[in-house]
Write a protein of this length. Structure first.
Length: 210
């Protein structure tokens, strides 16, 4: 079995930053699986195709090239909203899960983050982390990110959006957001990124030692 680190958690929990830092430290390839859903949504939007056509969305997912995903473009909020619509489609999830598993199967090992890595994509991963934080703290982080970019944003609107995403992710019939039974829970509400990183790294090192 290749050494896969599966990292799950809700929006703005810090799992993406943590995953990238772990991948860089351990010299492992990294995949933000949320980008795969955003890439499908972006392709549909660019082609001016409807987001509720599951057959078309699944065909788009099957053609997705992971190497062409541009995080800068896909970070757009509208694309994120569109991605949440296609992410509930079972055939889209099935296509993208296969691509994600192929990425995880690299001999070097890999770090994958998302909503269902430890439960669905890589249930046999030797290291599983479920990274979370309180909704208010996650909203504060997102608000701060936007303010630093010069955006005029409303905290209450961001908090409401995060709560809506949590509800949608956890209530989803196919691959709902939840920690794997054997996942290490990492609540970063009171942690800065370096503390969270060192905590996660120690869990990874312990797993490697075993």
């Amino acid at each position: 079995m290749t050494f896969v680190i599966a990292i799950d958690g809700p929006a703005a929990s810090g799992k993406g930053t943590l995953s990238r830092k772990l991948a860089a430290e351990l010299k492992l390839p990294h995949l933000d699986t949320g980008l795969t859903y955003r890439a499908v949504a972006h392709a549909l939007l660019e082609a001016q195709q409807p987001l509720d056509n599951e057959v078309l969305a699944a065909e788009t997912a099957l053609k997705l090239d992971l190497g062409t995903m541009d995080p800068t473009i896909l970070a757009d909020h509208a694309i994120g909203e569109a991605a949440s619509q296609v992410a509930v489609m079972s055939s889209v999830r099935a296509a993208l899960v296969e691509a994600q598993r192929a990425f995880a199967a690299q001999l070097s090992g890999a770090v994958l983050d998302g909503r269902d890595i430890g439960t669905v994509v890589c249930p046999d991963a030797p290291v599983k982390l479920f990274v979370t934080a309180s909704p208010r703290e996650r909203a504060r982080r997102r608000w701060n990110e936007q303010v630093l970019k010069g955006a005029d944003v409303d905290f209450d609107a961001i908090l409401a959006d995060i709560q809506k995403r949590d509800e949608r992710d956890m209530a989803r019939a196919d691959s709902p957001l939840k920690p794997a039974a054997d996942a290490h829970l990492l609540d970063t509400s009171e942690m800065d990124i370096e503390t969270a990183f060192q905590t996660a790294l120690s869990i990874v090192k312990q797993a490697k030692a075993n």
